[in-house]
Design a protein around this ligand. Structure first.
Ligand SMILES: *Cc1c(COP(=O)(O)O)cnc(C)c1O
Length: 386
């Protein structure tokens, strides 16, 4: 089976991890700060807080922004559930904004319309999570302008998008957001096995997230309520978690960062080649906004069902039967039973549901060979022909 995503691990990556195993620190040593510095420098953000997953990063990002009971968090329905769940962790309520049918990202026009209604009802969201689906950045200028007008905080869920650019600047520099989150799960662009990071240009947000990552405990005299009792002293000044990244993970991440730009360039080669090879088939290939240089975590095609006799499900199954590890990103979050119990219904977000009815993620990973890619395309040709 050709998987839809796969990590790319070299001997240098392995050596980096092994040398940490032989060192004094498996956690809370020098590797995590070094990895944070590397990523922050690369993307052009002031501060970075590494954690054990993007899910944890989203959680502490929401908490740092003050999201709590009585507040609302809005995001796109076409995302991994974590982009919405982070709001629920904080006791807030979650709602969704329908997608743009070309980029599949949260639609700024739909956001504007929904904000106007919410303002009249006194139910404006505190936080909007903008998800850069497949690695293609959202229309951040428009989202930022709306956020300024309505006094909303913005988190970029850039789990798919490290190494990509928006308007010629790296995603993660937080020019149009308060906090940006990356994921380092093995299917993503670089990996630390499990891992995530939150970036920001705001020192206070960075401090708060660093506290929340480690039990809300500080050893900084300046943050304490009174002078230290002695050299052993620390204070718990907030209710935090153990969301720390290990030294092994950070060493792997740092080593992977050396090849990030190469990884994304290779993904672009593969995507361009897919575009060419799939031209003429009854599928819609990904449209790229001219402002964006996508991280290309995913390559999603949509079936032109009016030109195909098979159903979406039959094409998907035919691809799996031919050994192609296709996937579907994502089942709209509002259709998940957990969210349906909150009152969301089929029909609430028609663009998202129409996308879901046609989308298939083809294999996309940097070690993919052209022969593998040809095999995928031949399988697609066969699956849509019958
Ligand atoms: C993968 C992913 C996450 C969660 O990442 P983890 O590191 O696995 O917690 C969140 N949001 C999106 C959009 C993702 O793709």
């Amino acid at each position: 089976m050709i998987p839809y995503g796969r990590q790319d691990i070299t001997q240098a990556d392995i050596d980096a991890v092994v040398s940490v195993l032989q060192s004094d620190f498996l956690t809370q040593g020098p590797q995590v700060p070094a990895f944070e510095q590397t990523v922050a420098n690369h993307v052009g953000a002031k501060y970075a807080v590494a954690v054990n997953s993007a899910t944890s990063a989203l959680h502490i990002a929401c908490l740092a922004l003050g999201l709590e009971q009585g507040d609302w968090l809005w995001t796109s329905p076409i995302t991994f559930v974590a982009s919405a769940n982070c709001g629920l962790y904080c006791g807030a309520e979650v709602d969704f904004v329908d997608i743009d049918p070309h980029t599949y990202n949260l639609c700024p026009k739909a956001l504007q319309d929904k904000l106007e209604i919410a303002e009249r009802q006194g139910k404006l969201p505190k936080v909007v999570v903008a998800v850069h689906l497949c690695g293609q950045p959202c229309d951040m200028q428009a989202i930022h302008a709306l956020a300024q007008r309505y006094g909303i905080k913005v988190i970029e869920d850039a789990s798919h998008a490290i190494g990509g650019k928006y308007r010629n600047e790296f995603i993660g520099n937080c020019r149009y957001s308060d906090i940006t989150v990356f994921s380092f799960h093995p299917v993503k662009i670089i990996t630390t096995a499990e891992g995530g990071m939150a970036l920001t240009n705001d020192a206070e947000l960075a401090n708060r997230m660093a506290l929340l990552r480690s039990h809300g405990i500080t050893r900084e005299p300046a943050q304490m309520t009174h002078e230290a009792d002695g050299p052993w002293y620390y204070q718990q000044i907030d209710l935090g978690f153990n969301y720390r990244m290990t030294e092994l993970q950070a060493a792997l991440g740092n080593s992977q960062m050396e090849r990030l730009d190469q990884f994304v360039a290779r993904r672009h080669q593969l995507a361009n080649r897919y575009d060419d090879l799939l031209a003429g088939l009854p599928v819609t290939t990904p449209w790229q906004h001219p402002d964006s240089y996508s991280g290309l975590h995913l390559y999603v095609i949509r079936l032109q069902l009016d030109k195909i006799t098979r159903t979406h499900r039959q094409v998907f199954e035919a691809l799996r039967e031919q050994g192609i590890g296709v996937n579907l990103h994502y089942i709209p979050v509002h259709l998940q039973p957990y969210y349906q119990r909150m009152g969301f219904q089929a029909g609430d977000f028609p663009e998202a549901e129409s996308y879901y009815a046609k989308a298939i993620s083809l294999p996309m990973f940097q070690t993919m060979t052209e022969a593998q890619q040809d095999e995928v395309v031949a399988a697609v040709r066969k699956a849509v022909a019958a």
